[in-house]
Write a protein that binds this ligand. Structure first.
Ligand SMILES: [Zn+2]
Length: 145
């Protein structure tokens, strides 16, 4: 089974920012939703939508996500997005179109980071908060015994 890079909800680094929150289930697949008029362009706005990811199952929000390599096909990933969008009442053809687009966007964003990276969202930007430990890098800096 091939793996694809995706973003999943995580508690890691929660409270690094005073306005962090996580209402998603741990490991839940997440998407990036659009922002409301009040918070648009302001990741630290009162609503929180410009700094949060949306859980595909719960449709709840988290400010922290993590890059995971999941054993699923891209088609299955699209299905997860499609089901989520149907769940909020979009018509099937719209949900199908948006799901394909969202899945492509999220995979290409997630592929920019090593698996295990904790990320946050600052408006339209996804930024690494915490990189995974790199065994090779650590070995390079440690004198041989
Ligand atoms: Zn908002």
């Amino acid at each position: 089974m091939p793996t694809i890079p995706v973003f999943v909800a995580t508690d890691r680094t929660q409270r690094d920012r005073s306005n962090d929150f996580n209402w998603c289930a741990p490991g839940e697949l997440v998407d990036i939703g659009s922002s409301c008029d009040r918070d648009r362009g302001n990741p630290d706005g009162a609503c929180g939508c410009c700094r949060s990811f949306t859980g595909l199952k719960s449709r709840r929000s988290t400010t922290t996500a993590e890059v995971a390599l999941l054993s699923m096909s891209f088609a299955e990933y699209v299905v997860a997005h499609h089901a989520s969008l149907l769940g909020i009442g979009l018509p099937d053809d719209t949900a199908r179109a948006w799901a394909g687009e969202a899945a492509r966007d999220m995979v290409s964003l997630a592929a920019a980071f090593p698996a295990g990276t904790v990320v946050e969202r600052r408006g339209d930007e996804i930024v690494a908060r915490l990189l995974p430990p790199t065994r090779n890098r650590r070995a390079d800096h440690r004198p041989a015994r």
